[in-house]
Write a protein that binds this ligand. Structure first.
Ligand code: HEC
Length: 266
């Protein structure tokens, strides 16, 4: 039997009446629990904190890449031995640029910064400094120009070191990656294909999967003029890093920074 609209309405009203009491009670219990123990992972606020943390972590990794890019001529200077580009100098530059981009001073983190973000940003800073420390020998070599220490190599290494130390996974990826360790998983491939077919935009893709258990964010990266010396034309001809050029154009999607945070991250 097909019920009419009025029946549906009435049915819904009844259902609502039954629901109101338990929903209200649950909300109240949730509120009390979240006040008593803010670390509990399944409150709404916590989802928001996790999203903010994801955004700050990807910004931080990107800031590290920017700092390497700005010091590329120094790093590649064959005439100079000791470059003075130490992990401490790198840290200062990264914290300054991060402050410039976010207004957050990580030397004196504001109380509004979620504790999860504070903790994970500190871990990512440490991992990033270790990558710069491990590269000191290469960076300080005299007589060699290109040293294969570029934003992407830095980013891949820092992301991998960080991901080994937390339940959070961060990586650089692309549809046709140079480094196979950066190959996209099924989800990343789907999002990258969607982004590649859309005009360039800074809006990241942010989704909660597995019934709200897993946050996945994919932040697109686009080619600028500076990238084309390696990723541009002539397509297929090896660049200075020894990879075939992609034949990319300015504004094309280069890849993304992808991050996954499970809601039971602690
Ligand atoms: C000096 C050459 C060079 C320049 C300039 C360069 N890249 Fe790359 N790029 C590389 C190398 C080498 C890799 C592989 C890194 C690795 O081993 O993880 C790479 C990897 C990447 C990746 C990760 C996915 C992959 O292919 O493994 C992205 C995304 C990327 N580059 C984007 C850019 C963008 C955007 C720029 C400009 C802002 C840029 N690159 C400038 C050499 C370069």
């Amino acid at each position: 039997m097909i019920r009419g609209n009025a029946d549906w309405q009435r049915g819904n009203e009844k259902a609502k009446m039954f629901m109101i009491v338990p929903v209200k009670a649950l909300r109240l219990i949730g509120l009390i629990l979240s006040l008593l123990c803010p670390q509990i992972g399944w409150t709404q606020d916590s989802h928001k904190e996790i999203e903010q943390t994801a955004q700050l972590l990807t910004t931080f990794l990107n800031v590290g890449r920017v700092v390497i890019e700005r010091n590329q001529l120094l790093i590649n200077d064959p005439g100079k031995g000791d470059k003075g580009f130490t992990p401490e100098v790198f840290e200062r530059l990264v914290l300054d640029e991060f402050f410039h981009q976010t207004d957050i001073d990580l030397k004196h983190p504001p109380s509004s910064l979620p504790s999860l973000a504070k903790e994970l940003l500190a871990t990512l800073l440490l991992a990033s400094k270790e990558v710069v420390r491990d590269a000191q020998f290469v960076i300080n070599q005299r007589g060699i120009g290109y040293k294969n220490f570029v934003p992407a190599t830095f980013g891949s290494q820092a992301a991998r070191k960080f991901s080994k130390r937390s339940k959070v996974t961060i990586k650089q990826t692309a549809l046709e990656p140079r480094n196979l360790q950066n190959a996209p998983d099924g989800y990343e491939e789907m999002v990258l294909k969607r982004l590649a077919s859309q005009p360039s935009s800074t809006t990241p893709s942010v989704e909660w999967l597995d019934g709200g258990q897993l946050l996945r964010a994919v932040v697109p990266i686009y080619y600028s003029e500076d990238c084309l010396v390696c990723h541009g034309n002539p397509k297929g001809i090896l660049d200075m890093s020894g990879y075939p050029r992609e034949g990319a154009q300015v504004g094309e999607l280069a890849g993304a920074i992808s991050i996954q945070i499970p809601s039971d991250h602690r």
